[in-house]
Design a protein around this ligand. Structure first.
Ligand code: 5GP
Length: 154
């Protein structure tokens, strides 16, 4: 599968534009970051939006590039409840959409009043088109936090 590399600069620009859209259309009470890929965007968004409460959940699905199991599994559940809250679920990319399907179901189960999905990127074939996203590609995205340091130690 072809790859596309996003830079820190592109990511930060994208996050500022997502934050602006959220400010205008859906200011969340709580951000739920999906580990691992959604964590850096979730933390950054929570700061840009002015100290929004951040919760974390870990859903495992992919084992390697292009390889995935049948159903995503919740490895770390959300701590506490979300009763009456406006919740933004934040992830890096919506690919099959299965991770987000599980995340949305879980957030609703915990009592969220309103739920929106925010991703940096989406794939054209996803079952969950994010309510807010910036990039759309059919390629495998390599995010800047996934790259190894280029300088090896002796
Ligand atoms: P989904 O459940 O929507 O298929 O994808 C779940 C997770 O797989 C994403 O949150 C992400 O961590 C990983 N993933 C899917 N597509 C890509 C991609 O193009 N690049 C990277 N780095 N991760 C991906």
């Amino acid at each position: 599968m072809d790859k596309v590399y996003l830079t820190w600069w592109q990511i930060d620009r994208a996050l500022f534009s997502l934050a602006e859209e959220l400010r205008q259309k859906f200011m969340p009470d709580v951000i739920v970051g999906i580990a691992r890929g959604g964590l850096i965007p979730a933390v950054r968004l929570s700061h840009i939006l002015g100290d929004i409460e951040l919760k974390v959940m870990d859903i495992k699905f992919y084992t390697d590039i292009g390889t995935h199991g049948e159903k995503p599994v919740i490895k770390i559940p959300i701590h506490g409840d979300l009763k009456g809250k406006k919740v933004a679920i934040v992830d890096d990319v919506s690919d099959t959409g299965k991770t987000l399907e599980v995340a949305i179901e879980e957030v609703k189960k915990l009592g969220a009043e309103e739920v929106k999905v925010v991703c940096l990127s989406t794939k054209p074939w996803t079952s969950v088109v994010p309510d807010f996203y910036v990039f759309r590609t059919d390629k495998w995205i390599v995010f800047p936090w996934e790259e190894f340091p280029v300088v090896a130690r002796e």
